[in-house]
Design a protein around this ligand. Structure first.
Ligand SMILES: [Zn+2]
Length: 130
């Protein structure tokens, strides 16, 4: 396979400078979570080799795992065809979800209601309120 260097990475002129970033487990392929990156978060991700997002609620960079220790080590960083969505293949420490689940997508929607389809890996109270 040949690789052609692209002139630029994600296009942060789109979507008010915030692009969706999806974290996928590099081993299982499971989708772990989706959050937002601005240009600075993206640059920090590239620089540190760990997922760094932009927190819209706190309005600042969010170094994933800074509180919980549940860091995401990036094995591969991809952009989509439009260069406005980021995909990271990661090695996840602990739980990706702040509610203590491996993946944020632990709720299944069915005709008869919602099902929790995963087991909690950690108790969020113990991780965040120490
Ligand atoms: Zn979550």
């Amino acid at each position: 396979m040949t690789t052609t260097p692209h002139e630029s990475g994600p296009d942060f002129s789109r979507n008010n400078g915030l692009l969706p970033a999806i974290a996928q487990d590099a081993g299982s392929g499971k989708v772990l979570m989706m959050a937002w990156m601005n240009a600075e978060a993206y640059q920090e991700t590239v620089r540190t080799g760990r997922a760094v997002y932009f927190s819209r609620s706190r309005n600042k960079l969010w170094y994933k795992g800074e509180e919980s220790g549940h860091v995401q080590t990036v094995e591969q960083l991809l952009v989509d065809c439009d260069r406005d969505t980021i995909l990271m293949k990661v090695r996840q420490q602990g739980a990706a979800c702040h509610e203590g689940y491996e993946s944020c997508f632990f709720t299944e929607v069915t005709e008869s209601g919602l099902n929790i389809i995963e087991k909690q890996l950690v108790d969020p109270d113990e991780v965040y309120n120490k």
